[in-house]
Write a protein that binds this ligand. Structure first.
Ligand code: RP5
Length: 170
């Protein structure tokens, strides 16, 4: 497994976030993609503070070779929905619990409640690891190597639970 796939190959997943302060949550998506050897890029794109950058990023994403976008934001979290409005690539939204949020409900509801016609696949609050896994699953439909790695990942999870079951039996 390459240690820095994102540095050597064209990214197929774009991880974007509204602020540097989201990185502590969004890093989990990057870690998952690294584990699956999936090339990705990671950057900050703010719907509110850099709207033109957001538009350009979303408009060019498919042309640049991206296949999935993971977008994380907190507060009035418009980033995933706006990016989904501009591109037809699948967009996975990660609601981030930001420091001045109302328990994260602001982020969850603004990402989750997309109007019909422009879907965002919303994961749990701070659920960036699942966003990484979902991106891998989307890519696995056309990539048997990733599909095999996902099977292995599930087996590992199962084995961990079964070890706990054995421990409790003792
Ligand atoms: C959102 O506002 C960001 O996604 C972040 O979660 C939140 C707070 O941003 P900072 O004030 O920390 O830059 O746009």
């Amino acid at each position: 497994m390459s240690t820095t796939p994102e540095a050597t190959q064209t990214p197929v997943v774009g991880i974007i976030m509204g602020s540097q302060s989201d990185l502590k949550v969004m890093q989990a998506a990057a870690d998952i993609l690294k584990g699956f050897n999936i090339p990705f890029e990671l950057t900050i794109v703010s719907a509110h503070r850099t709207p033109h950058r957001m538009f350009e990023y979303a408009e060019n994403a498919r042309k640049r070779g991206l296949k999935v976008i993971i977008a994380g934001a907190g507060g009035a979290a418009h980033l995933p929905g706006m990016v989904a409005a501009i591109t037809t690539l699948p967009v996975i939204g990660v609601p981030v619990k930001s420091s001045n949020s109302i328990d994260g409900w602001d982020s969850v509801l603004s990402i989750l409640q997309m109007p019909t016609g422009v879907p965002v696949a919303t994961v749990a609050l701070n659920g960036a690891a699942n966003a990484g896994l979902l991106a891998a699953q989307i890519l696995s439909t056309a990539n048997p190597v990733i599909a095999g790695s996902l099977e292995q990942h599930r087996e590992t999870q199962k084995d961990k639970v079964m070890r706990s079951v054995e421990e409790l039996r003792k």
